[in-house]
Design a protein around this ligand. Structure first.
Ligand code: SF4
Length: 327
């Protein structure tokens, strides 16, 4: 089964109801990325792309704009149109043109979720400048922890990322900048980024970046490396209080597990494809699929059976929480 470049709308814990865009085509590999994060829900990277110039299957701006034009008819209310998916969106240098094209046909706010790897590049920053919201990941203020968690492609350095994020805030036309602090724990004690030392450094660095908002979260789906586990809710709350003291409660959001919103009222096209698209981009439980797509369990059950029989998806996880993952 092939995936599409436009998917959703889906409900997410962070952005509410959003329509997703993948700007790099699935070319037989499930993820194109310049990181290989220990916590990645898509598993290990097959091919670590070193830069936008080496990307295979980059989607053209006109394909995205046409896709949005078609999809838009099915959507009654969205919180965001979001660039994310199974790759790092800033690796497609047509991103700015895509955003400008979407603006001509839609009034929906546009968000780019980035791993921050390329923000040191001026061309990437000017593409990002076209969005309404940038959600940029930052896991540590220390180079060695950054490398251990993200396992970036050669040449990507945290110090350059921090400078790039600071530069986004200084751009004339700068979108709202959110920093996503992804915290991880480990059964082998490494790598971890929730210790006092790590949190102090993160607060220091984020102060320099001066973002508009900060999100604190931990993993909620099966990670690439099975020794990576979520940070406890108690510790997450302590860390959120530290950030509240440093930046004010208005600016800090603690994202805990679970979707808070009710069912969406979207019309579905091919529901089987929508379920597969969702699972391809992130492993999901049965309940999460129902909540994300706003469908009932009786509608989902036969689709899951069909996708499992065709071996497009398989079941994984532990006895308490079973996830469906793309094969
Ligand atoms: S979590 Fe995101 S940035 Fe990290 S490897 Fe996976 S797709 Fe890439």
């Amino acid at each position: 089964m092939t995936s599409r470049i436009i998917y959703g709308p889906i409900l997410s814990r962070r952005l509410g109801r959003s329509l997703g865009i993948d700007v790099i085509k699935n070319t037989g590999t499930k993820k194109n990325c310049n990181f290989d994060c220990v916590y990645c829900q898509l598993g290990h990277v097959d091919y670590k792309v070193t830069g936008p110039e080496y990307v295979k299957g980059a989607v053209k701006p006109e394909e995205v704009i046409e896709g949005i034009r078609t999809y838009h008819k099915n959507i009654d209310n969205l919180d965001y149109i979001t660039f994310s998916g199974t790759c790092e969106p800033t690796m497609n240098l047509g991103l700015g043109e895509m955003i400008m094209g979407i603006r001509k046909i839609s009034k929906q706010p546009i968000c780019v979720i980035t791993n921050s790897s390329l923000v040191e590049r001026e061309d990437v920053r000017s593409n990002l400048a076209e969005a309404d919201l940038i959600v940029a990941t930052l896991v540590s203020g220390y180079e060695d922890t950054f490398k251990a968690i993200h396992r970036p492609a050669d040449g990507i350095r945290l110090e350059n990322i921090i400078e790039g994020l600071k530069a986004i805030k200084k751009m004339k036309k700068h979108p709202k900048l959110g920093i996503e602090v992804m915290l991880v724990d480990s059964t082998i004690d490494f790598p971890v980024n929730y210790t006092e030392k790590e949190i102090n450094k993160l607060i220091e660095v984020i102060r320099e970046i001066d973002p508009d908002e900060i999100e604190i979260l931990t993993i909620s789906r099966p990670p690439a490396d099975n020794y990576i586990i979520p940070v406890s809710e108690t510790r997450l709350k302590e860390i959120a209080s530290r950030f509240d003291e440093a930046f004010g409660t208005e600016q800090v959001k603690l994202v805990l597990k679970g979707l808070k919103r009710g069912r969406s009222s979207m019309k579905h096209g091919n529901l089987e494809e929508e379920v597969y698209d969702l699972i391809l981009r992130r492993p999901c439980t049965f309940r999460q699929i129902c909540a994300s797509l706003g469908i009932k369990s009786v509608e989902l059950a036969p689709i899951i059976d069909k996708l499992r029989s065709s071996k497009s998806i398989f079941e994984t996880g532990n006895v308490e929480e079973r996830y469906y993952k793309a094969a």
